[in-house]
Each structure stands twice: as C-alpha cells, then as structure tokens.
Design a protein around this ligand. Sequence first.
Ligand code: AP5
Length: 225
Amino acid sequence: MMRILLLGPPGSGKGTQATALRARWGLLHLSSGDLLRAYVREGTELGRQAKPFMEGGELVPDALIIEMMAERMSRGDAAAGYVLDGFPRTVAQAEALDRRLAELGQELDAVVSLDVPEGEILRRLSGRLTCPKCNAIYQVDTMPPAKPGICDRCGSELVQRLDEDPEVIKKRLAVYDAQTAPLLDYYRGTGRLYEVDGTIGVENVMHEISRILESARGGPGEPDT
Ligand code: AP5
C-alpha cells in the first residue's frame, strides 16, 4: 500500500503522471481539481461555490477543500492507498492532511515535486485537451488522441478547460508561487520530498517516479534535502 503526493505548478504533468501511476501501480488517483470540476458540472452547492474561484485561477477556500478531500479519502476505495494530485495546495491544507493521517496512524510514503519552467507550461496548456467523462489528458501537438477531438479511452468529446485562457494560466502560476510553492520547504522538512525534472518526457518522468516509489517502499530511500 502506498500514499503518494504529486506537487508541481499547473501543467507540470501531475494528472498525466497520476494516470500512469494508476495503470502501473494500481493506485487510486485522487485529484482535487477533477473532483471540483465534477461538482461544478453536477451543479452541487460545493460546485456553485467553487466555480468563480476556479474560473478566475484563484484557490478555492481551504475549509471547502479540506472537507471535500476528507470525505473523499474516507471512502473505502482509498483504504488501499492513493496518489494525491492537487491537494494539499496551501500550508493550512497540508497541516489538515497531516492531522488526518496522524488520526489514522498513516503517513505519506513520498512527496514528488515535478519541476517544469513557465515557458514549457504555457506551451503545454495552450494545447491541452481533457475528457470530461474519464479525465484522460491529451496535448494536441505532442500527445494527440488517435481520432481528433475524441477520447481514446471512452469515446467522449474532448474539451478545453475553462481555466486555460492565457491570462488565467498566468494567474494560476502566480497563485502557485505565492501559496503552493512554500509546501516544498514544508515537505523537505519531512525527509520525504523528491524533486523530479518534469520536462524529460512522460515515460522518463514515470520511470523516475517509479524508481522513487521502489526506494520508498523498501525504506526511506534518498530524498532530496
Ligand atoms: P487542478 O485541476 O488541480 O489544476 P492544476 O494544479 O492547475 O494542474 P493542471 O491540471 O492544470 O495540470 P497538471 O499538473 O495536472 O498537468 P497535466 O498532467 O494536465 O486545479 C484547478 C483549479 O481547481 C485550481 O486553479 C483551483 O481553483 C481549484 N483547486 C484544485 N485543488 C485545489 C486545492 N487543493 N485548493 C484550492 N483550490 C483548488 O499536463 C498538462 C499538459 O502537459 C497536458 O496536455 C499533457 O498532455 C502535457 N504533458 C504532461 N506531462 C508531459 C511531459 N512530461 N512532457 C510533455 N508534455 C507533457
């Protein structure tokens, strides 16, 4: 059983790698962004409250996110381990997660940070397509679907996310620097932070993460200090 957290700016490949980890390690993918987008689509009260923050590239308030993720992580399918993608994103969220894990007598096995420069992020996100049904992720230039505009996995029509306007992407990057990047120091202090170059291609990044997980499974490994 493994519990992994993927950190990194918007477009760094967290969702792509979480999907690959699910296929390779059988890990449940818990994405706060995918959960929120599903609540927005369903028109729930949480979705209604979250939508303006998401469309503006701001973070949804901590209290809403912490409650949403606590509920999701308490479901039976999370008992066998998971990969967290997009949560925690603030120090307050990380502290809430630590408290929850401590109550359960659990801890994270590894925190993997994907490092990608801003220019590459802007290039990637300008051509990203996602599947609203199964959350598969594509890139029109580098990872296109076999049939244009159609999801290889489930056959649904692919969409561009509402937060992919260039101005909103810049806002999301600024929010990441101000509110989420401090988590790198937070997790460095735990001795479980591993920093990975996220520009080396999906397969190579996956290979690096798998190497880290093998080492974390066998003991503390060699985290970045
Ligand atoms: P969320 O959905 O979490 O978005 P994000 O963190 O901004 O990240 P993205 O999903 O945009 O990118 P990614 O890192 O997953 O990259 P991907 O794999 O798609 O959050 C959205 C919003 O929800 C937030 O702005 C906020 O409002 C709210 N929210 C969510 N969680 C919250 C929280 N905890 N607290 C408060 N608010 C919260 O890859 C990107 C592209 O690059 C793809 O096209 C892919 O094909 C391509 N690609 C991936 N890897 C590679 C590679 N190695 N080489 C080349 N291309 C690659």
